[in-house]
Design a protein around this ligand. Structure first.
Ligand code: PMT
Length: 401
């Protein structure tokens, strides 16, 4: 981002307190940041703070003789490579969607010919309101890129979707936008990771030992090569990779539905350890252990097979579908049959026998099985497996184009 110029529009939300840090992070990467503070924004962060960290004048007023004289609303946009609105309140999003221009910020946006990024931040009811969702859909359809928001505790002491993405997350998104020579730029990937938990009753579930280390490493490696990556993660202790859109799910059915929402994608990598079965009927209250009574007879039913579903799609099938095979015996031959049965393009076989430490360990020894044969990769860290797989995927698309 060295030498790039960002016009940062700060609108009136509590998340504006993160903006001096955001400016600092952008400047660390050699970016020139010019700030435009709305009237609402100025209630949460001072022009002086933004001016101090940006070392640039802060613009505030459409009808200010000096602001318009020194840098009119047209030049503010022309002399930037990108406009970032962070935080973007429900109000400024609505104004943008409807083409209003009643202050310096909205006038500069409307007069802009530059890429526009927004980082929404608001109460979760405001975010989920059909009006806000329709406005966001309109902006996305017009080419605006939306960063976040995230789920979490809010300043209003409620919990939900609407927290502004962290400054480093925003910077990572701009970084990959400006990086022109990344080999997977323009490609979209979905990656599944971690276990699934299948509820038996409100306190018990069927799960497994997957930590999510392998799947998360793959998502991180794909994003680092410029791929727009959605990570669909079961319950894990892993931190969300920066620059990746993360969807948290619990059950196999939720994971499948999140995968379908993430389509279209060019690449799907199914590294999650999805439970093959779930309880036939989930009990709404805790199953009681009565004295002397026999243990409950748990009836199971099949879960959907996410890898097979994605591989067998007729419309929207990702061009490259990669599965994993967790085996304890006859690793290569079982994985080879699994690739054919599920109809994925590649399958990565790994031995998950207890002595290997594959589940939850930091290293993995895998075999990449394609229609062309088997590649035996040496034992390496799961991070390296992710990077090597991302390189193989890059080569695949290089060869295919
Ligand atoms: O998470 P870690 O601790 O880092 O461990 C990594 C790992 C061992 C979990 C990973 O490397 C791995 O092997 N993932 C696949 C685990 C698995 O469920 O394997 P499987 O052989 O049972 O399934 C084959 C493929 O079908 C997998 O791609 C799986 O995601 C997919 N599947 C399975 C069942 C199902 N209902 N839906 C699926 O999509």
């Amino acid at each position: 981002m060295d030498g790039k110029r960002v016009l940062l529009i700060v609108s009136g939300g509590i998340a504006a307190y993160k903006c001096p840090d955001l400016v600092r992070r952008l400047r660390e990467r050699g970016t020139l940041v010019r700030c435009l503070l709305t009237q609402g924004g100025a209630e949460f962060v001072t022009a002086l703070a933004l001016q101090a960290v940006s070392e640039e004048k802060v613009y505030q007023n459409l009808f200010s003789l000096t602001d318009e004289n020194e840098m009119g609303h047209i030049r503010l946009s022309r002399e930037s490579d990108l406009i970032l609105i962070a935080p973007a309140t429900a109000n400024i999003i609505a104004k943008m969607a409807h083409g209003q221009a009643d202050d310096l910020a909205t006038t500069a946006i409307l007069a802009s010919d530059k890429p526009v990024f927004i980082a929404p931040a608001m109460n979760h009811y405001m975010y989920n309101h059909p009006a806000t969702q329709a406005n966001l859909a309109l902006l996305i359809a017009r080419g605006v890129t939306v960063i976040g928001p995230e789920e979490g505790n809010m300043a209003c002491r409620e919990f939900g979707m609407g927290r502004m993405s962290e400054p480093l997350e925003i910077v990572a998104k701009l970084d990959s936008f400006f990086a022109t020579n990344l080999p997977l730029k323009g490609k979209r990937a979905l990656v599944t990771s971690g276990p699934t938990f299948e509820a038996i009753d409100p306190v018990r579930f069927i799960g497994n030992r997957s930590s999510g280390k392998q799947g998360h490493a793959i998502a991180r490696a794909l994003a680092a090569l410029g791929c727009q990556t959605t990570l669909i993660s079961g319950p894990t202790q892993q931190t969300d990779p920066i620059g990746v859109c993360v969807v948290h799910v619990e059950s196999a059915r939720e994971m499948l539905s999140a995968c379908e929402t993430a389509l279209p994608a060019d690449i799907a990598v199914c590294a999650a350890a999805v439970s093959d079965w779930r309880a036939k009927s989930e009990v709404g209250s805790k199953i009681k252990k009565a004295a002397g009574a026999a243990p409950p007879n748990l009836k199971l039913t099949d879960n959907p097979d996410i890898l097979a579903t994605l591989s067998q799609l007729v419309i929207k099938r990702p061009e490259l579908v990669v599965g994993f095979a967790a085996e304890t015996d006859d690793v290569i031959s079982n994985a080879t049959s699994k690739r054919k049965r599920k109809e994925c393009d590649w399958i990565i076989a790994n031995d998950v026998s207890p002595h290997t430490g594959t589940f939850n360990g930091d290293a993995n020894k895998v075999h990449l099985i394609t229609s062309g044969g088997v590649e035996n990769w040496p034992k390496m860290s799961k991070i390296k497996v992710g990077e090597k797989l991302a390189e193989r995927i890059t080569a695949h698309f290089g060869d295919a184009s």
